[in-house]
Design a protein around this ligand. Sequence first.
Ligand code: ADP
Ligand code: MG
Length: 335
Amino acid sequence: MKISSMGEFGFINRIAPPFLKDLPDDIQGIGDDCAVIPLNGKESLLVTTDMLIENIHFIRDKISPGDLGYKSLAVNLSDIAAMGGVPESAYLSLGIPGDIDIEWLDDFYGGLNYLSKQEHVHLLGGDTTKSPAHLVINITVIGKADSQLIKYRSSAKQGDIICATGFIGDSGGGLKCVLEDKPLNDEVMYLIRQHNKPRAHIAEGVWLSNYPGVHAMMDISDGIDSDLRRILEKSQCGAEIDIDRLPISQQLRNVSARFQWDADEIALTGGEDYCLLVTIDPEKYKIISDKFNEEFKRTLPALGLITKEETKLKYFRNGKPAIFQGHGFDHFNNY
Ligand code: ADP
Ligand code: MG
């Protein structure tokens, strides 16, 4: 049997059970954005690891080494943000092909160092090996959170309002601009910047984690269509998404109109947005979104509802059911 027959998520679900079976109740193993390991009565360690492979996650001559260093760390920080934690240290392993210049690597570390200083995350170690052809980057980040405040994918409840902490689709639009070599203007450059230098929503994650009315949280790495399904599986519920209410930037709308792209599809499946997908108690949504607005000077848009129907994700447009054929990113499945 080939891995493409079950996909990335089918594979993870297949290998996980023996490793989840004997875990103590207070440890979170395979299945969320981070592993959670209680430290003492109050705090927990959060651990996450993400790998970036040349020609799968990036094309070496389409991103500057500094941006790639920045992004490699940012995508890991985003998983700590998704649990409501604060990142503290990072570990970087590289598989380096022979054709890479040392100056290229200096710039890669420069971009990574810039973000590590900005977020007070210390690079404390790693590993270096030769790679036969392609650059391989693996980062592990360790963070901390108040154990009582950690948000899990498994905590969504029927009736919750589904929100995103930022625009979705900009990164997917940026990737299309890069792959299709679109002529640069301010809007195209904005989208490419979102793709190459994503911002982990750490402050938003910590802030939201303080509200008991915030139930489930995860970061958007594979696109809402895929990521929301992970929340539905873990929380054993369904969801309805209102396509008209997707938070899409004016830049993505304009660029999509110009090149006849479907902005809704890019928003739902593009991925690599690295903002947070959050489900909120409907009775607490107004107060939390008003306070979010005061704190971050932007809205916390609602895009749908958690429903009872287990793992069913339904789409609506103008209040009517809509068929949506796209899928989020899966490493082994092209659907
Ligand atoms: P994210 O996109 O948030 O990084 P993933 O979808 O990559 O999360 O992974 C989902 C869960 O599966 C995480 O808990 C991750 O640690 C775990 N996981 C992924 N790949 C493997 C693997 N090869 N072996 C063990 N656990 C894995
Ligand atoms: Mg994640």
